[in-house]
Design a protein around this ligand. Structure first.
Ligand code: HEC
Length: 122
């Protein structure tokens, strides 16, 4: 799946498969640490809900985290596509949600999502 995603991103170029996917995860980890850990951690709810397992989880369902009503009622599962839209513009993708942070660069989003996937056992 990582490989497929990497190939799709690199349409028209050579596809390096698993090696490239691993680099995406490493770069995504650095981006995640730099940009997300002000509010999120892997194992504990902080300003935002914990991130371990978020890929493949239904939105708004981490026990003990006080979500906005909008995200609690959103009903979608976090996938590559939904995480990409969320990270690009959370307030537009889920109107009424309250994550005050976005990632403007599509490549950064894709690497961060690869990292989230890797820490979710997917
Ligand atoms: C300024 C604080 C802040 C930053 C920085 C932040 N978030 Fe969030 N995040 C939140 C809050 C608050 C929520 C809950 C929003 C709600 O309930 O509407 C949230 C929710 C989420 C969710 C939904 C989780 C679930 O259980 O449904 C994901 C995914 C997420 N954030 C990813 C990220 C990523 C990836 C980054 C870094 C690129 C990031 N966030 C940076 C505050 C933040």
């Amino acid at each position: 799946m990582d490989t497929l995603l990497a190939c799709a991103v690199l349409a028209g170029q050579l596809c390096f498969g698993p090696q490239l996917a691993a680099n995406d995860v490493n770069r995504g980890k650095e981006l995640w640490e730099a940009r997300c850990t002000g509010c999120h951690s892997l194992e504990a709810n902080r300003i935002g809900p914990l991130h371990r397992g978020v890929f493949g989880r239904k939105a708004g369902t981490v026990p003990g985290f006080s979500y906005s009503t909008a995200l609690k009622n959103f009903g979608q599962t976090w996938t590559e596509a939904s995480l990409d839209k969320w990270l690009a513009a959370p307030g537009q993708f889920v109107p009424g949600s309250r994550m005050g942070f976005a990632v403007g660069d599509a490549n950064d989003r894709s690497d961060i999502i690869a990292y989230l996937k890797s820490v979710s056992g997917r």
